[in-house]
Design a protein around this ligand. Structure first.
Ligand code: NAD
Length: 275
């Protein structure tokens, strides 16, 4: 089984670099799908309150026979949970659904800057970390502007920022900011949701060259950039394929060829307006 390396977050907590995301996994299928992901070697699960499948993740863990320190579980605050007291209550709800005493990582899912409460929400997250209900706290879909506001008005640098990131949207500016400030980069939709990106001739050409699939080439590109990834698949053979990227290395030229697919435009929602 693939040995996945860990990355040390800015608070010393180790996160497996390669995980499994459960966005759009139907709640009734989640326990079974996550059990298969554990069987395929995944030990890091990325869920969210908005995915409505935290119970299934918790059930899969409870049935797995794995100990708590063998798995890394992330969840994210729903968009209706902003504000100090609401955010504190919201994590209690997640812990009950997951059947856990703490999560490994709790993220603000979207900043909702027009609502203007993410600083207050972050101060509640700092308390949740101090209480041990979240071993690490971070954000998702934050821009440089949102991160700078947290830096100016609060005491804790987010451990991670989880952002849309794939070869068509390489997020150079944000990744540079993260590197300078000790924030780990998590890439969502790392293979572009499996769409036509994977038919791109550059990627199919590299797949032939390395004897891997286009998805594996893209995931290897992320791994070499130092990104944390958690592609989603309902199919056990693809779960195994996706995580099997630690036995080859893209050359510098090939890394650049993948990065050159950047179009500079996102496929998902704009963080300044979403939610
Ligand atoms: P993804 O890039 O992981 O693509 C998943 C899709 O690609 C699958 O549904 C399947 O159709 C296809 N696929 C999977 N493996 C494949 C393979 N080997 N070959 C060909 N096709 C394959 O997209 P995603 O699910 O959107 O993102 C991954 C995770 O990121 C999510 O499950 C979730 O945990 C997280 N996420 C977070 C946010 C956020 O706002 N923070 C947004 C979207 C996703």
């Amino acid at each position: 089984m693939t040995q996945v390396p860990t990355i040390a977050l800015n608070n010393g907590v180790e996160i497996p670099q390669f995980g499994f995301g459960v966005f759009q996994v139907p709640p009734e299928d989640t326990a079974q799908v996550v059990r298969k992901a554990f069987d395929a070697g995944y030990r890091h699960i990325d869920t969210a309150q908005m995915y409505e499948n935290e119970e299934g993740v918790g059930r899969a863990f409870a049935d797995s026979g794995l100990s708590r320190d063998e798995v890394f579980i992330t969840t994210k605050l729903g968009n209706d949970g902003h504000g100090h007291d609401a955010a504190l209550r919201a994590l209690d709800g997640s812990l009950a659904r997951l059947g856990l005493e703490f999560v490994d990582l709790f993220l603000i899912h979207w900043p909702r800057p027009r609502e203007g409460r993410y600083v207050e929400t972050w101060q509640a997250f700092e308390k949740l970390a101090a209480e041990g209900k979240a071993r690490s706290i971070g954000v998702s879909n934050f821009t440089v502007e949102h991160l700078e506001r947290l830096a100016a008005e609060t005491d804790t640098v987010p451990a991670v920022n989880q952002i849309e990131l794939h070869p068509r949207f390489v997020q150079l500016e944000l990744r540079d900011y993260h590197r300078e400030h000790g924030i780990a980069t998590e890439a969502w939709s790392p293979i572009g949701q499996g769409g036509d990106l994977l038919q791109d001739p550059t990627l199919t050409g590299l797949a032939d060259k390395y004897g891997k699939s286009p998805a594996q080439v893209v995931l290897r590109w992320h791994v070499q950039l130092g990104n944390i990834v958690f592609p989603k698949s309902m199919r056990p053979e693809r779960m195994r394929e996706n995580i099997d990227v630690y036995d080859f290395e893209l050359s510098d030229d090939d890394m650049q060829a993948v990065s050159a697919l950047d179009t500079g435009s996102r496929t998902g929602p704009n963080p300044n307006t979403f939610g």
